[in-house]
Ligand binder design. Structure first.
Ligand SMILES: Cc1cc2nc3c(=O)[nH]c(=O)nc-3n(C[C@H](O)[C@H](O)[C@H](O)COP(=O)(O)OP(=O)(O)OC[C@H]3O[C@@H](n4cnc5c(N)ncnc54)[C@H](O)[C@@H]3O)c2cc1C
Length: 471
């Protein structure tokens, strides 16, 4: 049951006081001065009013929060970095189990491992690991949280060299729906460990994540090169052709976008369609310089910003364009190939849109991501050649519905080439969307794990795997 008013009206101040007394972290009620800050999530399209936000200081608070929400019959939203596109980390009238204060991390440079708490963002995680020249595949925008990102799969600049983020997860501590703490790894709760790597936040609240790290940087050859819209066809086809022989060290992305009013792009291009090719070469700067050369000469660039830069600089390069507080709609599709017709369709769809921020990202996959066997993790679409992320963004709600509809129409236009979806890039909940993100046998296996760890579907604010009895 979800409640809709101030929690005190429904639960009673005595019960809330009792809860508060058992927490090391903070209980935030709607009447508290920092309630608006506590309820805010990255995507302002989901401005909801939870009954309570429990800012957890540690695992004990998480256990208490799960027990409390369960005993009071309150809907639970789990929050890490609050970047859920679909708004899953908040709710109207429920309890937000906010792990964002949990920012501990221990990096072992010798064994190349990190044990991290779920409140860390990629910026914070990279700061700690790059002190030792180490990294794991992380987000393209550094304010994104490590937890939701990893549990959904995790596409980033190191995916062709080191796999998805979830491919580098070695173990996780999880508070399950009955308030028990379990450690999942290849050796214990192996079914849960499999499900956590792509199955999202369906199985419990993760309180610790152990990662394998890799030597990266600290300086890499990276950055974007922008081409005018008039050259879009030759640039996109040229990039697509080059991906066929690209070394695993090089992970790139093509972006069809409207040029933002940024000083590094000529003023005449502002507000016009352009194509950006952006990438990171995670080997030596010298090799990266050579490998990137063909990408910088696909046509006459508007701006070429590729060059040596700190890996952490690249990780935060896009942050200013993706700040919190706007309305956002993302929808993603997995593509097994990019034909000329696919690219032409994407360009036509982009031209038909009206949002000033509308972007079509084509993430090049393969490499280490493709070498993981299909059944090894819940993220199973290992033969995906490109992941498309369709993005519509607007500073205010007026007109946003039409922009979201444009994104959905663009997704439909991709039907001939789409082989599935990616849960982290899906704005809408819905059984069809979730099932489309997994091959049928993977989905059936996820249901079996859900039956074992959350048979009554306490954790349903996510791309929901419904237990067999429907939850
Ligand atoms: C600006 C931006 C850039 C992005 N870039 C990328 C990208 O480069 N690559 C990519 O793959 N994805 C990307 N994403 C998508 C991103 O991976 C998802 O939105 C992800 O869920 C964000 O994780 P979070 O912890 O910040 O989110 P939250 O909103 O805090 O959580 C989202 C969901 O994750 C689950 N979850 C979070 N924390 C926990 C926990 N401790 N235990 C159990 N479940 C938990 C819950 O189901 C929750 O509803 C991006 C999103 C945004 C908004």
């Amino acid at each position: 049951m979800a409640i809709t008013a101030d929690a005190r009206e429904v639960i009673g101040e005595a019960t809330l006081g009792e809860l508060e007394g058992t927490l090391r972290g903070q209980l935030v009620r709607p009447s508290d001065p920092d309630y608006d800050q506590a309820r805010a999530v990255w995507n302002a399209a989901h401005a909801r009013r939870p009954a309570l936000v429990i800012r957890c200081a540690g695992t004990a608070d998480v256990v208490r929060a799960v027990e409390f929400a369960r005993s009071e019959g309150l809907q639970m939203a789990i929050r890490g970095g609050a970047h859920s596109i679909a708004g899953f980390s908040t709710s109207d009238g429920g309890v937000v189990i906010d792990t964002s204060p949990m920012k501990g991390i221990r990096v072992d440079p010798v064994s190349r491992r990190a044990v991290a708490q779920p409140g860390l963002t990629w910026s914070e995680f990279d700061h700690e690991t790059q002190a030792f020249g180490l990294a794991v595949t992380g987000g393209l925008v550094s304010s994104t949280g490590i937890a939701g990102f990893t549990l959904g799969g995790g596409l980033g600049w190191l995916l062709r060299r080191h796999g998805l983020t979830c491919d580098n997860l070695l173990s996780a501590d999880v508070v399950t729906a009955d308030g028990q703490l379990v450690t999942a790894s290849e050796h214990e709760h192996a079914d849960l460990f499999w499900a956590l790597r792509g199955g999202g936040g369906n199985f419990g609240v993760v309180t610790s994540l152990e990662y394998r790290l890799h030597p990266v940087g600290p300086v890499v050859f990276a950055g974007p090169v922008f081409y005018p819209g008039a050259a879009a066809v030759e640039v996109l086809r040229g990039w697509r052709d080059l991906t066929a022989t690209m070394p695993d060290e090089f992970t790139t992305l093509a972006n069809i976008l409207v040029a933002p009013p940024v000083p590094f792009l000529p003023e005449a291009a502002h507000g016009q369609p352009v194509v950006g090719i952006i990438g990171v070469y995670s080997g030596s700067v010298e090799d990266g310089t050579k490998a990137a050369q063909p990408l910088r000469t696909l046509a006459e660039p508007l701006a070429d910003l590729m060059g040596p830069m700190p890996y952490t600089g690249m990780q935060s390069l896009l942050d200013p364009l993706w700040t919190a507080g706007a309305q956002n709609y993302f929808t993603g599709a997995l593509l097994d190939r990019l034909t000329d017709e696919t690219l032409d369709t994407l360009l036509a769809q982009h031209a038909a849109g009206h949002a000033l921020v509308r972007e079509l990202h084509l993430h090049h996959c393969g490499g280490a991501m493709a070498r993981v066997p299909t059944g090894a993790t819940a993220f199973a679409h290992r033969d995906t050649a490109f992941v498309l992320n369709i993005i519509a963004r607007s500073p205010d709600p007026a007109g946003f519905d039409a922009h979201a509809e444009w994104a959905r129409a663009t997704h439909r236009a991709m039907d001939p080439w789409s082989t599935g979806g990616y849960v982290n890039f899906t704005s809408e909940p819905g059984a069809d969307k979730v099932q489309a993100s997994y091959p049928p046998d993977t989905y059936a296996r996820l249901v079996a794990v859900k039956d074992r760890y959350d048979p009554t579907n306490q954790f349903h604010l996510n791309q929901n795997i419904r237990p067999s009895d429907g939850g």
